[in-house]
Design a protein around this ligand. Structure first.
Ligand code: SAH
Length: 425
């Protein structure tokens, strides 16, 4: 059987050579052989120089997705096993303490359209390309060999699969098992439901960002008018002695709290009080359960409400916090939705910064890759201008180490995370 070949045009942007993992239909001069959707195709430049091997899918705008730059490498189950093993080794090398994380991050791990998240002894798989879809048994066999997991759950319940001609699918890969898993992160226990939770159940991409909150959560007592003389007890502005061991902690609003992972870290790092807000009752129940599990219930409160209404209302009531955290879902699911999404981001950030006490902190994120980092900063500046605020950056961060980014593939660089001090103007 002859291997199908794609010859690329002479006059195209050298995207592939720049590290971009996709070939678009307009870049192809000719195709030799009779490749079917999902087949492996070899890619050559216009003078017949070998470039890469990839998955072919004529239904998709991503007509070829690159799997390997090696001409010698055979595409078989062993290749999948090797790639997944390498990806897992990299995580353990960079974060030796890790037991739950993203193990495979699609293109950035040279497995286009494959996401694998490890929740302790449970694995969650999401398949976003036809090439992986038709070889998914190789993925499952490899996972069984490498991890010997308690269970594997598939969360291919995402509409983007349609762009590859695939239906949505969700469920147990083998025998059913309890889908509630307690993951460990930065010393916390967090119960996650891999079947019910957002995306694959949890957001590993913010692990390091959550850890970055540590210094922010204490040092607020003096600003609250609390005084300490010598070795004496803390005394509040009314002269009362304070018994609360968290008297120096921040008052925090965690908006879009989902599992409550930011709230848990805030408490761990010494916050005095954290308010969790999410529109979903289920998410709020999950966050409350996690607060209880970690012994933080007395320092937390929970509100199920629409953030847009809640923020506007609290601004009207002149309610303020030391730290406001905004970790919204991706408002821009595609390029067309970007303008509306920017308005949404601006609105919550504008209201959010109004609720930060003078010199307090705004923690703000966006996981929408259609919103570039530059556009994100622009949006924040617009919001700050309208809110009469001046923002001073403490840290700008990206996704964590288990979500690698390929230079040349901006699509893998989606998460923006910024910590600002907020001053009035
Ligand atoms: N910070 C979370 C992740 C946020 S995911 C974590 O660390 O796990 C986004 C969350 O926003 C979801 O839980 C979703 O229920 C919630 N959400 C979506 N739209 C909302 C809205 N308009 N108001 C409040 N919450 C909303």
């Amino acid at each position: 059987m002859t291997v199908p070949k794609a010859f690329l045009k002479q006059n195209r942007k050298k995207r592939l050579e720049q590290g971009h993992p996709w070939v678009y239909p307009g870049e192809i001069e000719t195709i030799e052989g009779d490749p079917q959707g999902g087949d492996i195709i070899h890619i050559f430049n216009h003078v017949g120089h070998f470039l890469a091997k990839g998955f072919y899918n004529p239904l998709s705008q991503l007509i070829i997705r690159i799997l390997t730059y090696s001409e010698q490498v055979e595409v078989d189950e062993n290749l999948f096993l090797d790639k997944i093993e390498q990806a897992w080794k990299r995580r353990k090398w960079l974060s030796p303490e890790i037991s739950s994380c993203r193990v495979v991050h699609g293109e950035a791990d040279f497995l286009p359209g494959l996401i694998i998240d490890k929740y302790e002894d449970v694995l969650v798989v999401q398949i976003l390309s036809l090439g992986i879809e038709v070889r998914r048994q190789w993925v499952y066999n490899s996972l069984r060999k490498i991890f010997n997991p308690r269970g594997i759950y598939e969360r291919s319940d995402v509409p983007v699969r349609r762009l590859e001609g695939l239906e949505e699918r969700e469920g147990f890969v083998d025998e059913p098992f309890d889908t509630q898993v307690t993951v460990r992160e930065n010393g916390l226990s967090i119960v996650v439901d891999v079947a019910e939770g957002q995306k694959t159940g949890y957001f590993f991409d913010q692990r390091e960002n959550r850890a970055a909150l540590k210094p922010l959560m204490t040092g607020w007592g003096a600003r609250h008018g609390i005084k300490v003389e010598g070795d004496g007890p803390p005394i509040d502005a009314k002269g009362r002695e304070l018994k609360n061991p968290f008297w120096d902690g921040a008052e925090v609003l965690d908006c879009f709290s989902h599992t409550g992972s930011f709230m848990l870290h805030a408490c761990l790092f010494g916050a005095k009080k954290v308010t969790c807000l999410d529109i979903s009752e289920k998410a709020i129940e999950m966050a409350r359960g996690n607060a209880l599990l970690n012994g933080f219930l007395h320092r937390t409160e929970f509100v199920a409400a629409n953030a847009f209404d809640f923020l506007r209302e609290k601004v009207k009531d002149k309610k303020t916090w030391d730290i406001v955290i905004l970790d919204p879902p991706a408002f821009a699911k595609n390029r067309k939705a970007l303008e509306g999404a920017v308005r949404g981001y601006k609105e919550i950030n504008l209201q959010g910064m109004k609720m930060v006490r003078e010199g307090g902190i705004l923690v703000t994120a966006s996981c929408s890759y259609h919103l570039s980092a530059a556009r994100f900063l622009n949006m924040l500046q617009d919001a700050a201008m309208d809110a009469h605020k001046v923002l001073r950056l403490i840290e700008f961060r990206r996704a964590g180490l288990d979500h690698p980014v390929l230079l040349g593939s901006e699509e893998t660089d989606y998460l923006k995370f910024a910590i600002y001090e907020v001053f009035s103007r």
